[in-house]
Design a protein around this ligand. Structure first.
Ligand SMILES: Cc1cc2nc3c(=O)[nH]c(=O)nc-3n(C[C@H](O)[C@H](O)[C@H](O)COP(=O)(O)OP(=O)(O)OC[C@H]3O[C@@H](n4cnc5c(N)ncnc54)[C@H](O)[C@@H]3O)c2cc1C
Length: 239
């Protein structure tokens, strides 16, 4: 099975996420009924209002809009990190139901690739070795789910997985603040960057200043700062 590449696809989102969040916010301050609020957000651009509301820290209204992504070509190492985010929903390819007897995809870390072709071949040989161990255990354990379930214990963190995940916009902003930061691990950082680029196209006002903390204020990392705040600000504001 060849090396797998990261692929992030926005498969669904709340229709008109910015209007939905603006309507939710206006519910707090308006005597209008539902029809009236819907008419208002249809007739009048809500960008300035939404930015003012978010600027004041009233971010709970962002919980009314959600984005769903399909993420392929990521490692089980990434899976362990992304699923630490509790205000999110996940569906993950099962290593119990899906047999990897025909080979498993894997992710090669860029730092290993940078060592050159021989290092990559060594990594690939190691993956092949684990594949052989996996098949050997499947054969010993016999057919059925139990076989996959236990044989997978010899598979590596590099093993590719496929995730569907959903987050609301408030959680997305939080997720981007942590995972777009240079302190985050390279793989989840790239996944978060791609997610943010797609969110920005759909809801530019909500995600205008999204990204690591340094995009909208001073770097929150203190002594551990990467020292590249200006560069990061430029990158994320123009994503
Ligand atoms: C650079 C980096 C390094 C890390 N290193 C490690 C590590 O070495 N070891 C390790 O174990 N983890 C590590 N983590 C994971 C980290 O500790 C968090 O578990 C993860 O980032 C999820 O963040 P969260 O809890 O803020 O967010 P989410 O789970 O996405 O929650 C969002 C927010 O909701 C609120 N919330 C959610 N659940 C609760 C709750 N039960 N009670 C109160 N408020 C809640 C909090 O305000 C929280 O910030 C690391 C993360 C990063 C970004």
């Amino acid at each position: 099975m060849p090396e797998k590449q990261l692929k992030v696809t926005l498969i669904a989102h709340t229709p008109d996420p910015e209007k939905t969040c603006a309507l939710a916010a206006r519910t707090c301050y308006s005597a209008l009924d539902t029809d009236g609020l819907q008419q208002l957000v249809q007739d009048k651009d809500q960008t300035a209002f939404l930015k003012r509301i978010l600027g004041s820290g009233h971010t709970s209204v962002l919980e009314h809009a959600s984005f769903t992504f399909s993420v392929e070509g990521v490692s089980r190492a990434l899976l362990a990190q992304v699923t630490r985010h509790r205000i999110a929903s996940f569906s993950v390819q099962s290593q119990r139901y899906v047999s990897l007897a025909d080979g498993f995809g894997y992710i090669i870390p860029p730092r290993i690739k940078a060592l050159g072709d021989e290092a990559v071949r060594e990594f690939e040989r190691q993956m092949d070795q684990m594949q052989q161990w996996y098949v050997a255990w499947q054969e010993k354990l016999g057919s059925g789910e139990g076989s996959n379930e236990d044989a997978r214990f010899v598979l590596p963190n590099a093993c590719e997985t496929h995730i569907t995940l959903t987050m609301n916009c408030r959680e997305l902003l939080h997720f981007f603040s942590l995972r777009c930061c240079n302190r985050a691990q390279w793989e989840i950082r790239e996944m978060a960057r791609q997610m943010l680029a797609q969110c920005k196209r759909v809801a530019p006002a909500i995600f205008e200043s999204a990204g690591p903390g340094c995009v909208s204020g001073p770097c929150p990392e203190g002594a551990k700062s990467c020292g590249r705040a200006a560069e990061m600000r430029e990158l994320f504001l123009n994503l």
